[in-house]
Design a protein around this ligand. Structure first.
Ligand code: BGC
Length: 278
């Protein structure tokens, strides 16, 4: 695997997907590989599957790998697990994937990854202002990017609207759960996005998740002040964003190491100077 490539892994409620991503243009350099999410979706079962999807691409130790998780991930630790097994809460995601995959990984929330992917390579490419990313899948993932800065772990899929957790009614999974036809689901989406708009006033909404492939069926019917557009990377936004975030993190680490080396050399020199004077 060559330079400028990173691997993105997206852990979802129904599938675990991965692909190598060209960091220059955000395109997959190989076919996406998907394995259904094991049930129960415990940490060991998922980490084993993540290791399998990574191994498919046989990356060298130098290739950055990003793993997107469908819950709050704070400093590498999983804090919520609405759509995977509860035993995830408190798990060190980074460590468990490292144990199974034998590779260091960067970890983040799945909607954050999708938002970052769309900001780097998709519908929000380089845009300033406030961008509100939503992913409609098993749950509703949300991310906000303000003038290029991602606000991590925004959990607005769980906004309480009319006494209900919003994702229960407006996620894609709600269509099956309640047998909604398009119009019924669109009504739920309208309520949801109107509430987000009332509270956050974004400049642009982006909609990702599997159902974004059928965006023409619902997006034109939503009435909002801000434009609402499908994710350009469609369902791949999480993979692309996870890969790009991992590469950015690897770069930051390299720069920090260099700066620390430089500082310690400077200190050594100063110490030598001081001792030669003494
Ligand atoms: C979780 C979020 C996640 C979203 C999409 C929600 O239930 O709380 O963290 O981003 O689902 O997977």
């Amino acid at each position: 695997m060559t330079k400028n490539i990173a691997i993105g892994v997206d852990i979802g409620g129904t599938g675990i997907k991965a692909a190598p991503v060209n960091l220059k243009n955000g395109k997959f350099t190989d076919d996406r590989y998907r394995i259904p999410t094991p049930q129960p979706s415990t940490p060991d079962a998922i980490a084993r599957t993540v290791a399998k999807v990574i191994a498919k691409f046989n990356p060298s130790k130098k290739v950055p790998i990003g793993v997107a998780f469908p819950g709050v991930v704070q400093h590498g630790i999983v804090k919520t697990a609405a759509n995977v097994d509860d035993s995830w809460i408190g798990t060190d995601l980074r460590a468990i994937i490292r144990d199974y995959a034998g590779h260091d990984v960067h970890v983040l929330n799945d909607a954050d990854a999708a938002g970052y992917g769309e900001y780097k390579f998709g519908a929000a490419n380089g845009r300033s202002g406030s961008i509100f990313m939503t992913t409609l899948g098993t749950g509703i993932g949300t991310a906000m990017i303000v003038d290029g800065t991602l606000v991590p772990n925004l959990e607005l899929g769980h906004l309480i609207i009319d006494g209900h957790d919003a994702e229960d009614r407006a996620a894609e999974s709600a269509r099956d759960r309640y047998g909604y036809d398009w119009d019924q689901w669109i009504e739920q989406l309208q309520t949801y996005y109107s509430e987000i708009e009332r509270l956050f006033w974004p400049d642009l909404f982006i909609v990702g998740g599997g159902v974004s492939k059928s965006h023409h069926m619902f997006l034109p019917k939503l009435r909002l002040r801000a434009p609402i557009v499908p994710a350009e990377l469609l369902n791949g936004a999480g993979i692309v964003g996870a890969a790009a975030a991992a590469a950015a993190e690897a770069k930051r680490e390299r720069e920090e190491e260099k700066a620390a080396e430089k500082a310690s050399k400077k200190q050594e020199k100063a110490a030598e100077k001081a001792s030669s004077k003494a």
